[in-house]
Design a protein around this ligand. Structure first.
Ligand SMILES: Nc1ncnc2c1ncn2[C@@H]1O[C@H](COP(=O)(O)OP(=O)(O)OP(=O)(O)O)[C@@H](O)[C@H]1O
Ligand SMILES: [Mg+2]
Length: 241
């Protein structure tokens, strides 16, 4: 049961002498209900990996499948629909709309997709992320950790097949960051949500089931049941610190 599959994905930016190979034959399969972290030195291809997985960037070679859907077979409109309905996104900078209240921010992906808002599910998602008592507040009235909880609820509201997170704790202090990571792990363990997270932080990576290491656009190993120390140790060998 695979949620997301990358098969020999290569991504080359530019042409000729200035061409940069950002990904060089990366194959990864994410099982449903798995929590995977991606780490690697700056420039190793982490963002490119996430963008290819999300259908935001098209691979030069290789295939990306969401469930059984080959993204290469989709035009731009279908790809946009797939991103809205079947993928959830969490960003470092939350990206909430300041003029909308919490409930409106959470349900925005549904309204963009023209779907009905299921208020029971909205309540449940808000409760799970611990923001149910703030549904009619504006983002500016919330702490950073609360804003990221809203962003997580927004990522879950369409019941996506996979949640992609880019440095989700990068803007939070370490205690608030840990709470957000505990929440992500809990969503994996209790809802069977599939999560893929890019991070620079070995502690953040240790919340995942598995860490994938990238170096120079290639997979440079994986760690199951990672501890922060084991992750930091690997990163040292990849030349990060
Ligand atoms: N749009 C682009 N055009 C040209 N080169 C690009 C583009 N995007 C990324 N690259 C190059 O591809 C390589 C991988 O970049 P990527 O952004 O995926 O790295 P990263 O691992 O996310 O780094 P960081 O940790 O600094 O965010 C880098 O050499 C980068 O300069
Ligand atoms: Mg990046």
């Amino acid at each position: 049961m695979r949620a997301l599959t990358l098969e020999a994905v290569r991504k080359v930016y530019g042409r000729g002498g200035g061409a940069v190979t950002a990904l060089d034959g990366v194959s990864v399969a994410l099982a449903k209900g798995s929590f995977t972290a991606v780490m690697g030195p700056s420039g190793s291809g982490k963002s490119t990996f996430l963008h290819c997985a999300a259908g935001l960037d098209r691979p030069t070679d290789g295939r990306v499948l969401l469930g059984d859907t080959d993204l290469a077979g989709l035009g731009e409109t279908a790809l946009t629909q797939l991103r809205r309905g079947r993928i959830g996104f969490i960003f470092q900078a939350y990206n909430l709309l300041p003029a909308l209240d919490v409930a409106q921010n959470i349900t925005l992906p549904l309204r963009l997709a023209g779907s009905r808002v299921d208020h029971t599910w909205l309540r449940e998602v808000a409760q799970r992320v611990g923001i149910a008592d703030r549904l009619h507040h504006r983002p500016a009235e919330l702490s950073g950790g609360q804003q990221q909880r809203v962003a997580i609820a927004r990522a879950l509201v369409t019941r996506p097949e996979v949640v992609l997170a880019d440095e989700p704790t990068g803007a939070l202090d370490s205690r608030t960051g840990r709470q957000v990571l505990e929440l992500l792990r809990e969503l994996v363990d209790t809802l069977g949500q599939t999560v893929l997270m890019v991070t620079h932080d070995p502690v953040a990576a240790s919340y995942a089931h598995r860490v994938l290491f990238l170096a120079d656009g290639r997979l440079a190993g994986a760690l199951e049941q990672p501890t922060p120390d084991a992750v930091a140790e690997r990163m040292t060998h990849l030349g990060e610190w």
